[in-house]
Design a protein around this ligand. Structure first.
Ligand code: HEM
Length: 423
């Protein structure tokens, strides 16, 4: 119970204390589970890549997510996962992402128009909320060909509720699924909101038809086989992609904007590179700023696996069934691999520096077969949004520095208000 309470109260502080006190490998019991945390890049490489076949996603956190995201790509495992991944993968090929650029630019331009009005009356904007809105709009358009603007507020609330409630369940010995009460009602209503949103997305496509080679076309294709995807599986994949595909990018963008606005030298270089049509595919200075923001505030700050068979990592025994956790948040601040780890310095991601680090000192998108399917799309989207903002506005925070809130994803707690100044 001690570990559960400590992690439940403040997960980032608990993980940081574990790493500082015990080092790279930490064992704990958490309620009825045996846990091991591995913070060294070599150990992370072992779990996610070299011996990944021994580490499954059959884990209580993913089971807790099921009522909301069902058996979508993030929570699915084994042969079912592989089939779905192979099916959806083509929608994320580089060629497709180039086609998405127009939608990304369009949504960003609409946001900047709204911002111009705010700027003219001197009103601040909540950058966290704005990033959630623009990334949800983009994911809706590029993956499913729909405009989710009218549902943005309700969907945003539903995803936030699911994130908060399910994180709170992780720390309870007996999650209150099925028991009547305020939490159950809130979760039920969040799921109902998403269900009706998905229904609209599917109905609209079925009515208007047409193969647009996007994710929705792939999910709905009728290949005449008996294994065609069930309505439930289609629903789960859509909710998963909406969830995984907007909150994460929104959070990284919010931190990047905040950090750039509070580091004058970074802001100056970002403005200069954005005006000089820096490449918008994740490279260039905007990409370095985003990578550094995700180093300090990785949206997927910790994730786990279950050891299928006994193993040995870094000289430590791992028993079969152990829940094994890695944490980008901790490894990205590991003092053996990062000089002055708490300092925000995008130059760490200059190509000549990157090659000097072990690969797994930095893994915001994970690695191996379960690596994020949307990593390239996310980098393209985020660099182009960050550069477009930098070309038009200088941002100045008007609220106290945002605190990271470690839910399933790491996001800034509360609004991040910034005043806009036209460049
Ligand atoms: C900054 C943005 C993003 C970050 C930091 C991020 C991070 C991650 C990480 C760490 C995982 C692995 C989780 C695990 O193994 O438990 C993952 C998986 C996944 N992500 Fe992302 N992600 C981002 C954006 C996106 C986008 C834009 C999409 C889709 C449009 C997406 C869709 C997915 C999916 C479907 C998976 C599951 C893949 C599988 O297991 O086959 N993500 N992401």
């Amino acid at each position: 119970m001690g570990s559960a309470l400590e992690i439940g109260r403040d997960p980032l502080r608990a993980y940081t204390r574990y790493a500082r006190t015990y080092g790279d490998v930490v064992s704990a019991r958490f309620l009825r589970w045996r846990l091991q945390f591995f913070f060294h890049p070599e150990h992370v490489a072992h779990i996610l890549q070299r011996n990944q076949a021994n580490y499954s996603k059959d884990l209580y956190t993913y089971h807790l997510l099921r009522p909301a995201v069902g058996n979508g790509l993030v929570t699915n495992d084994g042969a079912g996962w592989l089939a779905q991944r192979r099916l959806v993968q083509p929608a994320f090929h580089r060629e497709r992402i180039r086609v998405m650029a127009a939608e990304i630019d369009g949504a960003t331009a609409r946001m900047l128009d709204r911002w111009a009005e705010q700027a003219s009356v001197g009103a601040p904007v909540d950058v966290a909320e704005e990033m959630l809105r623009v990334t949800l709009e983009i994911v809706g358009r590029v993956l499913f060909g729909v405009d989710l603007n009218s549902e943005a507020a309700a969907a945003g609330r539903a995803f936030r509720d699911i994130n908060e409630l399910i994180t709170s369940y992780v720390h309870m010995p007996l999650p209150p699924y099925g028991f009547p009460g305020r939490r159950t009602r809130r979760l039920g209503s969040a799921i109902a909101t998403l269900d009706s949103l998905v229904q609209r997305v599917v109905d609209e496509r079925r009515q208007h038809g047409g193969d647009r080679s996007d994710v929705l076309s792939i999910l709905l294709q009728d290949d005449g086989s008996e294994q065609g995807m069930s309505d439930r599986q289609v629903r789960d994949e859509i909710v998963t992609l909406l969830f995984a595909g907007h909150e994460t990018s929104a959070s990284a963008l919010t931190w990047a904007l905040y950090m750039a606005s509070t580091h004058a030298d970074v802001e100056t270089r970002l403005h200069a590179s954005a005006s000089a049509t820096d490449s918008a595919d994740g490279h260039g200075y905007a990409g370095m700023v985003l990578n550094e923001a995700m180093r300090l505030y990785p949206p997927a700050w910790s994730f786990g696996r279950r050891a299928v068979a006994a193993d040995e990592i870094g000289g430590y025994d791992v028993r079969a069934g152990t829940l094994v956790w890695v944490s980008p948040y901790i490894t990205h601040r590991h003092p053996d691999f990062w000089d002055r780890p708490d300092v925000f310095d995008p130059d760490r991601f200059a190509p000549e520096c990157e090659s000097k680090r072990p690969q797994f000192a930095y893994f915001p998108f994970s690695s191996g077969p379960r690596m994020c399917i949307g990593s390239h799309f996310a980098m393209t989207e985020m660099t182009s949004i960050l550069s477009a903002i930098a070309r038009s506005f200088r941002l100045r925070p008007v609220s106290p520095p945002p605190e990271p809130q470690a839910l399933i994803t790491l996001r800034p707690r509360g609004p991040v208000l910034m005043r806009l100044h036209r460049r």
